[in-house]
Design a protein around this ligand. Structure first.
Ligand SMILES: Cc1ncc(COP(=O)(O)O)c(C=O)c1O
Length: 432
């Protein structure tokens, strides 16, 4: 009823997530607390797999973008649902391997992979490298040669698309640190370089135009540009590109104002563009990878906070201070991201005031939301910030030596711990 079907209200009038009472969750596990609904995550994974099956006749696969939220439990869940995995660092790779994720189904991204990370991935038997730049291409080739291996790769391409989203999460335009630009000829040069090398095998092309996108048109445009490039490569080099990774980026509903396109419609319309363009160009339909992240976990989660103080500043504003903040959710501080905030014990109560939700860090910018409606609340009350499953835990920090919150996974009304709350001992573990 609130944004995502995982959130509801029970007979006590409390907000629930995945069938669990949020007040009970806060009491049992403490606050701040991230909570994710496993069934919601699984059903979105299935939707992606089903629509790839339907629209690409099984010639494709979804990869979960683990930067969105990485821990062993989410790796196990997406693996069980048949998805592959996108990792962007040695740490995300290590997490996946520790969870038992098959390395051959892992795609290793990153705009500046270190030699150490490349070696780690080669040793682990990672199935696919998404190469960002020529230095990486040559390093990977040399390292694979030393090991007597050939690494399957795709090249990350900047298709030159404006994705109509926040500039901090826009990645497909020429002025982006990610990948090879098409317009400058750099991408074709990289293709030629990859073909000439012995220990990398150029399988595919990759593009990701940005995140939190509410429009199908930029995805369709990217699909057209990429399939055109596949045809150009075939013509100019004779090499058939077998795989096309279309990235992630589908928008989710953080507030009632957000109007995402239903994912199935995105999938259908993009596939139609690909089929049509490949037919017009006379090329084979490539094997399609999609890389959703936010849309898999974002709406499945919320964060619970306890209010510590309420400060009315006459004629200025009312600060409601909570026991977390930019350390567990830096997105408002980074991008001014909007969220829906509810009083967990009375989510249906009409708003009677406009407040700013402040975090506990020593930064005036440590805010969760500004000027939002809320009913009367007092110290000790629990607040719920909805749709925090993506880019929250994964972006959390220990600023002010605040321990990271726990993550609880709920399923059919039963909660279980997925990540323990950090302790003070954890904070000094690496101090010498
Ligand atoms: C290469 C790549 N793939 C996939 C994603 C996931 O995007 P989203 O969470 O918007 O689906 C990202 C996010 O930035 C990305 O950089």
């Amino acid at each position: 009823m609130f944004l995502s079907d995982t959130f509801s209200v029970n007979e006590r009038g409390h907000l629930t997530v995945g069938g669990c009472d949020t007040i009970d969750l806060a009491g049992e596990f403490g606050t701040p607390l991230y909570v994710l609904d496993e069934n919601k995550i699984r059903s979105t994974c299935r939707m992606y797999q089903d629509s790839i099956q339907q629209y690409y006749h099984g010639k494709g696969c979804a990869l979960y973008a683990s930067k969105t939220f990485s821990c062993k439990e989410i790796c196990r869940i997406v693996q069980q649902e048949g998805l592959g995995l996108d990792v962007v660092s040695g740490g995300e790779l290590y997490t996946a391997l520790e969870a038992g994720f098959p390395p051959e189904r892992i795609h290793f991204h990153g705009s500046n992979k270190t030699a150490h990370e490349i070696q780690f991935a080669l040793d682990a038997g990672v199935g696919h490298f998404v190469v960002d730049n020529l230095t990486e291409l040559h390093t990977l080739d040399a390292m694979a040669r030393q090991m007597g291996k050939t690494a399957d790769i795709s090249l990350r391409i900047k298709p030159g698309i404006d994705a109509h989203t926040h500039e901090a999460v826009m990645t497909g335009q020429i002025d982006s640190k990610f990948g090879f630009a098409l317009e400058t000829g750099e991408a074709l040069e990289a293709v030629r370089a990859a073909i000439a090398l012995q220990n990398v095998c150029l399988k595919g092309l990759h593009n990701h135009i940005g995140s939190q996108i509410f429009d199908v048109a930029p995805f369709q445009e990217a699909a057209r540009v990429m399939t055109n490039f596949i045809a150009q490569i075939k013509k100019e080099t004779g090499t058939a590109i077998e795989e096309l990774n279309l990235g992630g980026g589908f928008g989710i509903k953080y507030t009632e104002n957000d109007q995402p396109v239903p994912y199935d419609a995105y999938m259908r319309e993009i596939s139609q563009t690909i089929f049509q363009n490949c037919e017009d160009l006379g090329i084979e339909i490539p094997y399609i990878y999609m890389e959703p992240g936010r849309s898999i976990v974002g709406e499945a989660g919320l964060t619970l906070y306890q209010i510590g103080s309420v400060k009315h500043i006459p004629n200025v504003r009312t600060y409601v201070s909570v026991d977390g903040g930019m350390t567990d959710n830096p997105r408002y501080a980074l991008y001014g991201s909007e969220y829906t905030v509810l009083a967990a014990a009375q989510p249906d109560a009409p708003a009677t005031q406009t407040v700013t939700i402040a975090g506990r860090c020593c930064e005036s910018g440590d805010l969760i939301q500004e000027h939002i409606p809320l009913p009367q609340v007092q110290p000790g009350d629990i607040l719920a910030v909805l749709c925090t499953g993506a880019y929250n835990y994964s972006m959390a920090s220990n600023y002010n030596r605040v321990p990271r919150p726990a993550v609880v996974m709920v399923r059919d009304g039963v909660p279980r711990l997925a990540i323990r709350r950090e302790s003070y001992e954890d904070l000094v573990r690496n101090d010498v």
